[in-house]
Design a protein around this ligand. Structure first.
Ligand code: PLP
Length: 385
């Protein structure tokens, strides 16, 4: 059976070039980069080369990049590290549509006495900058706003947000886990202080991430007990994965512009095809400010999980906007924040593309999906047509 993978916002395939770059670091080059002898020196050189490649993807200086274990660690370190370094009560400003890797540490810090503001979004998933400006008036702030949303693909205007934050004297963090490798990012051109990224969203393996820390930004370490990463993140470096992340970022620099144009055309063709062949469909998130690879679509009156199950039966992998919590299917916090009606939020599916998708993948989905939708509608307790 044909296999079509359209769940690239969940994770991506490791690029063959990335795997090839990593392999020698499991075999010949296995030294500890901190060792003074040549086993260490040879390896250390490659860690620094990888750091340069990650820095190049986002227009940073290599000294501003530290390697972490994942996007979640980078988000936690940025938020907890910056608040703890401030040493006083901080106003934490974030949005209701952030990934749990941001929301949970913010909520934990609120329990510890800091003030938390979770900004609303409108029906298109857009932020109202006036709300942010008002919140910035409350006092010294740490602001964490994602670059692009993992579920809807909606892009926030991070350069403009960072300008407002810096004008108010705050610290600006952005979770760019879904944006890195898909959108141009240039830290020289915007006053963002902290930026998180994750390897497995851009064709490096799972279990490697990076945090950009602008020179002069104070962040307390989460992991104590080692001098690695200039004392900012203890723990012997995961050299093969660091090398893999470097290679993945290098590939993104070379391929991103051309690839994302191609991927956007695939995504747009799928969207058009769905709108033409299925009724009662709603596109979630502002289509004008969306990641080029992401399509979040609600099929009213049917459950996303049933659609996924039938898609999966035909070899098509996507994901739904519901999370199965304690036996009941709760629509995701992101779709709820957009105010997507319950009956539509339940039937939402996210299709997310990568460089490895083709026109034939879109043809195949358009071949299978309309029939699945009409079958499920026919047995829907909510609608009989
Ligand atoms: N932030 C966003 C926006 C994400 O989409 C994800 C993963 O889905 C993360 C953070 C967490 O990244 P990781 O899986 O590397 O911990």
């Amino acid at each position: 059976m044909r296999q079509v993978y359209l769940d690239n916002n969940a994770t991506t395939q490791v690029a063959p070039e990335v795997l090839e770059a990593m392999l020698p670091f499991f075999t010949e080059l296995w030294g500890n980069p901190s060792s003074m002898h040549p086993f260490g020196g040879q390896v250390r050189k490659h860690v620094e080369l990888a750091r340069q490649k990650v820095a190049a993807l986002i227009g940073a200086d290599p000294s501003e990049i530290i390697f972490t274990s994942c996007g979640t660690e980078s988000d936690n370190m940025a938020i907890r590290g910056a608040v703890e370094a401030a040493g006083e009560r901080v106003i934490i400003i974030t949005t209701r549509v952030e990934h749990p890797a941001v929301l949970e540490p913010c909520r934990m810090l609120k329990e510890r006495g800091h003030h938390l503001v979770e900004l609303d979004v409108d029906g298109g998933g857009r932020l109202k900058l006036a709300d942010l400006e008002q919140a910035l008036g409350l006092g010294q702030a740490l602001v964490s706003v994602m670059w692009a949303n993992n579920e809807t693909g909606v892009i926030f205007p991070i350069p403009a947000i960072a300008e407002l934050v810096k004008a108010a004297g705050g610290v600006m963090h952005t979770d760019a886990v879904q944006a890195a490798g898909k959108l141009p990012i240039d830290m020289r051109r915007m006053p963002v202080d902290l930026l998180s990224l994750s390897g497995h969203k851009l064709h490096a393996p799972k279990g490697i991430g990076a945090l950009y820390i602008r020179k002069g930004t104070r962040v307390r370490s989460l992991l104590l007990g080692g001098h690695q990463e200039s004392g900012r993140r203890g723990g012997t470096e995961n050299v093969p994965y660091i090398v893999g992340l470097g290679r993945a970022c290098e590939l993104a620099v070379q391929k991103q512009a051309e690839e994302m144009t191609r991927v956007a055309a695939l995504r747009d063709r799928l969207q058009r095809g769905i709108l033409e062949s299925c009724s009662d469909v709603l596109i979630n998130g502002d289509p004008a400010q969306r990641l080029p690879n992401t399509l979040n679509v609600s099929f009213r009156y049917i459950e996303g999980e049933s659609i996924l199950y039938h898609l999966s039966d035909c070899g098509i992998a996507a994901s739904s906007g519901s999370a199965c919590a304690s036996g009941s299917l709760e629509p995701s916090h992101v779709l709820r924040a957009l105010g997507v009606p319950f009956i539509a939020a339940h039937g939402s599916i996210r299709f997310s593309f990568s460089r490895y998708n083709t026109d034939a993948d879109v043809d195949y989905v358009l071949d299978q999906l309309p029939e699945i939708i009409s079958k499920l509608r026919a047995i829907s307790p909510f609608k009989s047509t």
